[in-house]
Structures are given as C-alpha cells and as structure tokens.
Design a binder for this molecule. Structure first.
Ligand SMILES: [Mn+2]
Length: 237
C-alpha cells in the first residue's frame, strides 16, 4: 500500500455507498444522502472524484474532504485545479472553460490551500466488503488487474512514471466507449465515474455510476451500495 492508494477495512456497523462525479453540488448531494437515510455515525460515502468545477459549491470541497465518513479519489478535475495553481502550468482560459472560475477568483493563498488539499487525495481506494475487495478510481484502472495497478503505483519513481498511470486512471474512456465487458478479474468490483450516462451501467464487474448529478434537469445522482452492488437513484428536482 502507498500514498496513491488508500485501503479501508470492512464496515461492520453501517452501510458503504459510492457516488458519481459531484462537480460542486455538495448541497444537492446532501439531500440525496438524506433521501437514503445516510447515517454519518456508521455509514461511509466514497467518491469517484471530480469534486470541483461546474456546480455552485466547489469551495465546499475541503470541508467535505475533512468529514470522517467521506473518502474521495482524485478525478481529472482535481488534476486540472492542482495544475492551474502550479505557476509553471497555469492556463486560466483552459481551466475556466472546464468550470474552474470558482478557483480562478480566489486569492493565491486560498488557491494554494485548495491545491494542497486536493493533491492529498489518493488516486485509488480499495474497500473490503463481505463479498470481496471493491476498487474505486475516477475513470478506469491502469493495466488488466487491480493488483497490478497497485503494484505500479508502489513502484513510481518519477513524475513521468506517475503520469503514465494517472493518464489512464483520471482520463481514460476506452472501456465505456468500446463497450468492453471483460471486467477486472482480481476484485469483486471496480466503481468509476467520469463519463455521464443517463443511467448507471455495469460492464463486466466495472460499474459506471456517473449519471450527471450536477447537470441541471437531465442529470441525477446515483449511489451504489457497496454491500449489495445495487443502485439507489434519488430524484432531487
Ligand atoms: Mn472526470
């Protein structure tokens, strides 16, 4: 195990859920959690990343990351935010086009705080469940197996070798666009977001749960119960 991959033991007292891309809709997400009777004392919520950009509450991201029951991986929008704050990579026009106006408008000190907080998130999370290990990444795993990806993360020696992995993990859409049903053999399931769908879709044991909760009118948040792998769609409009 390493800083890029976080591991969680089985939750023996409550439920575990994962949710698709949040994109600055934390208040809406809270109403969804209320809708399933989420109990922060015993339940846990895992996020496939893309906490920020586009929606109205992106500045609440650090507050949510601090919640003891909320555990997120980085998405490509965390990557965009971190890169925007890095002086050598700053491209305000590009980031604004991708929903980053909320961060562009902050002071340099505040921007630094957000970049550090988002960069502390892992790229992958694994959760023990009664029926086996479940992996969570933003877009897709890197390589054919979960264990192989974790091993590659552990062997990272340079920013280039990290980037070779995160290019896949944060950005890749091949599995969904090619309708690849081959799945991931060494885990019970993998949960991903990144590509908004009208309803959640399992390709083999890879569950795509981003139903565009942040999209006005057309979207809604989907939760997946990691115990049962059943979806819970909560209408909030
Ligand atoms: Mn994304």
């Amino acid at each position: 195990m390493n800083a890029f991959v976080h591991h969680y033991e089985r939750n023996t007292t409550g439920r575990d859920f994962a949710v698709g891309d949040i994109h600055g809709c934390f208040r809406l997400l809270q109403t969804v959690l209320d809708g399933v009777g989420f109990n922060p004392e015993v339940d846990r919520l895992f996020s496939v990343g893309d906490l920020v950009d586009r929606g109205p509450d992106s500045e609440m991201a650090l507050e949510w990351i601090d919640k003891p029951w909320f555990h997120a991986v980085q998405g490509n929008h965390e990557d965009l935010a971190i890169r925007y704050v890095n002086p050598g990579q700053r491209d305000a026009a590009h980031y604004a086009m991708n929903g980053g106006a909320w961060l562009i408008g902050k002071t340099p000190h505040e921007q630094q705080d957000y970049a550090l907080g988002l960069a502390a998130l892992p790229y992958a999370i694994e959760v023990e469940t009664a029926d086996g290990l479940i992996g969570i990444v933003h877009a897709d795993i890197c390589g054919p197996t979960w264990g192989g990806m974790v091993q590659r993360f552990a062997e990272v020696k340079s920013s280039n070798s990290l980037k070779a992995i995160t290019n896949m993990v944060l950005w890749c859409r091949d599995r969904i666009s090619l309708e690849d049903h081959s799945g991931v053999p060494d885990v019970r399931a993998v949960i991903v977001g990144h590509t908004p769908l009208s309803s959640p879709a399992a390709l083999g044991n890879v569950y795509h749960i981003d139903t565009g909760g942040w999209l006005p009118r057309s979207g809604h948040f989907t939760l997946i119960d990691l115990g049962t792998l059943k979806y819970q769609s909560v209408e909030t409009a």
